[in-house]
Ligand binder design. Structure first.
Ligand SMILES: [Zn+2]
Length: 141
């Protein structure tokens, strides 16, 4: 049986602070930003620039996995280029990297990261996604 990295997801709107996530990821888990627009006006510490400063070289933004319709929950989730984006994630997992997908949304069930995780699970049958919540992380501090 092949062994792959682990797949986590997180939505920062559910997190009170960034530090517990840093502790959790340590220097072992890649933080993969899958927001269509990787910036945050109300919480600037979650912008691509700041995340890059904090997490590089373990931070990447994969635009192909962004949801074109992120601004409206009335519109269906539509990924920029699901095939290419998912292939990148699958390749990293096959190389043994642990990955945490990052979006804004507090609730993974309605977030496009659920779609991305489902697509990855279809490619790699042994992967079981762990959706992190504030409760999983806050106790680490
Ligand atoms: Zn989302």
């Amino acid at each position: 049986m092949d062994s792959y990295g682990k797949l986590y997801t997180v939505g920062y709107a559910a997190l009170e602070q960034i530090e517990p996530l840093q502790l959790f990821l340590s220097d072992k888990v890649l933080l993969i930003d899958i927001r269509y627009i990787p910036s945050s006006r109300w919480r600037p510490e979650w912008s691509r620039k700041r995340l890059h400063e904090k997490f590089a070289p373990n931070y990447q933004h994969i635009r192909e996995l962004g949801n074109i319709n992120y601004h409206s929950s009335d519109l269906p989730i539509q990924l920029v280029d699901a095939k290419r984006g998912v292939a990148k994630i699958v390749q990293l997992l096959q190389q043994g990297y642990d990955i945490c997908l990052l979006c804004t949304c507090a609730d993974w069930k309605t977030c496009h990261r659920r779609i991305v995780a489902d697509l990855v699970e279809q490619e790699l049958a042994d992967i079981q996604t762990v959706h992190l919540s504030n409760n999983d992380l806050c106790c680490l501090l």
